[in-house]
Design a protein around this ligand. Structure first.
Ligand code: SF4
Length: 278
């Protein structure tokens, strides 16, 4: 295995979005976040096709960003307009192929689901959003380290940071939301008053749409969790750079994402736990 060059260690990005869920399988998440380090250490990872869940989330986010741009320009937010933005983004996302799943079996299904999400966003979420400031990328060079914390909050208002989730649950986002709060603190010297996840679930077309829910997070708990996870990830990077190889990074073969559909390390030398013995 080759060692790391000095240039490789100059700067690492820790993404706020990686601060939640890291512990589900740190070895998988390290491979996702620092693919170049893993490859430079001599390990090949598998290519993973695009999942419909990811394409769906990206498309709903594109529509929500459009709505925020309209709001910031004091223009009317039109539901049909948002649907068009969403579908156009989805078609772009799946242009090179996508892996459908039980919830979204095909494009027609997915479009129906997206329209339900957009309607819920317009009627359940938008009315509660006041004082939009931005939906810009937030970055922070962490003091006295070679790591940068980076994040893209979906929405920053005068008092809150909000993020949209379209998956099964909007719970368990403490680390990510705390990461956004730390980024805002670094940029403005002030923590947000509120951290909110707008859960707008991708829901089966055969069932009535359950509606969006705004989930409030405790700012203090989130910030503490983010700081812990930044420390853990930072030390993992340093250890990997010192001794390139996965063995020091915990792995969880019991994760529901442990399989070739979700993990680029599955069946590779980087995660020998997942290799079959012949
Ligand atoms: S194969 Fe399973 S245990 Fe190994 S890194 Fe991937 S998810 Fe983790």
């Amino acid at each position: 295995m080759s060692g790391q060059n000095a240039e490789d260690t100059a700067e690492y990005i820790i993404r706020a979005s990686s601060l939640s869920g890291w512990n589900d399988c740190p070895r998988r998440n390290f491979a996702n976040a620092y693919k170049h380090l893993v490859k430079n250490a001599g390990y090949d990872l598998r290519e993973r096709g695009k999942l419909v869940s990811g394409a769906f989330g990206t498309s709903v986010h594109a529509a929500a960003a459009h709505a925020m741009r309209q709001k910031l320009s004091n223009l009317r937010v039109d539901e049909d307009d948002l649907n068009d933005v969403c579908v156009a983004k989805f078609d772009e996302e799946i242009a090179d192929g996508v892996s459908w799943d039980q919830s979204s079996k095909n494009r027609e299904n997915a479009i129906k689901q997206m329209k339900a999400c957009i309607a819920s966003y317009v009627y359940d979420v938008l009315p509660s959003i006041k004082d939009v400031e931005s939906f810009e990328r937030l970055d922070l060079a962490m003091v006295k380290t070679d790591k940068n914390l980076s994040g893209h909050a979906d929405l920053v208002t005068k008092t809150s940071i909000r993020d949209i989730k379209t998956g099964r649950s909007g719970d368990g986002c403490h680390g990510q939301m705390g990461g956004y709060a730390l980024l805002q603190l670094a940029n403005t010297d002030k923590l947000p008053d509120e951290l909110i996840v707008d859960h707008i679930p991708r829901s089966a077309v055969t069932k009535p749409y359950p509606g969006a829910v705004a989930i409030k997070y405790d700012v203090r708990v989130c910030v503490a969790e983010a700081a812990t996870m930044i420390d853990i990830i930072s030390r993992t990077i340093d250890e990997f750079v010192k001794k390139p190889g996965p063995i020091l990074i915990p792995a969880n073969t019991m994760s529901i994402l442990c399989g070739e559909k979700y993990c680029t390390a599955f069946g590779t030398d980087y995660c020998e736990l997942s290799k079959k013995v012949s």
